[in-house]
Design a protein around this ligand. Structure first.
Ligand SMILES: NC(=O)c1ccc[n+]([C@@H]2O[C@H](COP(=O)([O-])OP(=O)(O)OC[C@H]3O[C@@H](n4cnc5c(N)ncnc54)[C@H](OP(=O)(O)O)[C@@H]3O)[C@@H](O)[C@H]2O)c1
Length: 329
């Protein structure tokens, strides 16, 4: 495992991290979570990702119980939460000062830690002035409850505004963004955010590196019974896989699998290593519904040498979706 700086910050995160969306509290119980987190940690993973919205807080409860049982030195790992989707009431969601503050306190209780290393605004909130959210985050940081704050799926414009507000009022700016990034989703990370890396030193903790499992090839011959898209509540994902666009992606997965085979690795290893090949990615958050998947995905690091420039070129030729570089005049 290698470690990368989270943007321009001094925090070093493992290039593979481990997240709990869909899985913890739904497919994975506390005992399995403990085994999976232990396996990840032993492999060098130091960042564990969570959110108030994952399984209505149960994902954090499961991770908190696992952390307690594992008993690691608190200084040896990084744990996150995200605020946006709390309860159903208007005060229980979004990025108001009230919800950002109360969601942080609730996450600390559920995770059984006394600070969050990373705290993300899970989406932009158009009903809250960005200044209000920046101030709330800054205050949590000065109180020692949060060490670094960031955004998730904010536009480049919104991230820029957060920095401008922070500079104007001498508040702490966001350190990192959590965008989706995989072979199918490249626009934000490679296109929109391009000016932000050097200007603000933005770090990225990228999600769904396997496009919810599509890039393992598991959906190439229909929908397996025990897969994510069959879970209650994830019908939207099944619809997406079955849509014309989803089927076109599956056809691409077939072509990518042939490239991977020729290069001597499974497609999901190639897909994970492709994410890591982008130096703007601080960490790739792995997802897994069972231990064997996690072990398999961590083993991608052993195939690092197989992702040669020639293989990268072949992938580019199949995908044909590289975002245009920002215009310079
Ligand atoms: N900020 C955000 O808005 C946001 C959004 C989404 C995710 N995230 C974060 O990013 C993390 C990773 O996202 P993700 O879970 O979508 O990642 P992903 O790697 O794209 O998908 C993970 C899922 O794919 C399947 N899978 C993974 N490895 C496999 C293997 N080797 N063989 C077969 N199937 C395999 C499993 O689902 P099944 O076995 O159930 O099919 C697994 O749960 C999340 O846990 C969360 O922390 C953040």
């Amino acid at each position: 495992m290698q470690y990368r700086r989270l943007g321009k910050s001094g925090l070093k995160v493992s290039e593979f991290s481990f997240g709990s969306w869909v899985t913890f509290g739904k497919q994975v119980d506390t005992s399995d979570a403990e085994k999976m987190m232990g396996t990840a940690y032993d492999a060098g993973v130091n960042f564990f990702d969570n959110a108030e919205g994952y399984e209505s807080g149960n994902s954090e409860i499961v991770m908190g119980e696992a952390l307690k049982k594992l008993g690691w030195n608190r200084e040896s790992y990084v744990v996150s939460s995200k605020v946006f989707w709390g309860g159903a009431k208007p005060t229980e969601r979004g990025l108001s000062r009230k919800h950002v503050t109360e969601a942080c306190h609730a996450a600390l209780r559920r995770l059984q830690v006394d600070h969050l290393d990373l705290y993300f605004c899970h989406r932009p909130d158009i009903d809250t002035p960005i200044e209000e959210t920046v101030r709330a985050m800054h205050d949590l940081i000065t109180q020692g409850k949060v060490l670094y704050w960031g955004t998730s799926e904010w536009s480049a414009q919104q991230i820029t505004e957060a920095h401008q507000v922070a500079r104007e009022w001498r508040l702490t700016p966001p350190t990192m963004e959590q965008p989706q990034y995989n072979l199918f989703e490249r626009q934000k990370v490679e296109g929109d955010y391009a000016p932000l890396y050097d200007t603000f030193g933005l770090g990225t903790t990228i999600w769904s590196p396997l496009a919810s499992g599509l890039l393992t090839g598991k959906y190439n011959n229909g929908i397996p019974n025990d897969s994510r898209v069959t879970l209650p509540g994830y019908e939207w994902l099944r619809d997406r896989v079955q849509s014309e666009a989803g089927q076109a992606q599956i056809a691409k997965v077939g072509e990518l699998a042939a490239i991977a085979k020729e290069a001597g690795m499974p497609i999901h290893h190639m897909a994970l290593l492709w994410c890591l090949a982008n130096p703007r990615v601080s960490t790739v958050i792995l997802g897994a519904s069972r231990l064997s998947q996690l072990q398999d995905n961590l083993a991608a690091l052993d195939a690092r040498d197989k992702l040669t420039p020639e293989v990268m070129d072949k992938i580019e030729a199949v995908m044909g979706n590289k975002p245009a570089a920002p215009q310079r005049f």
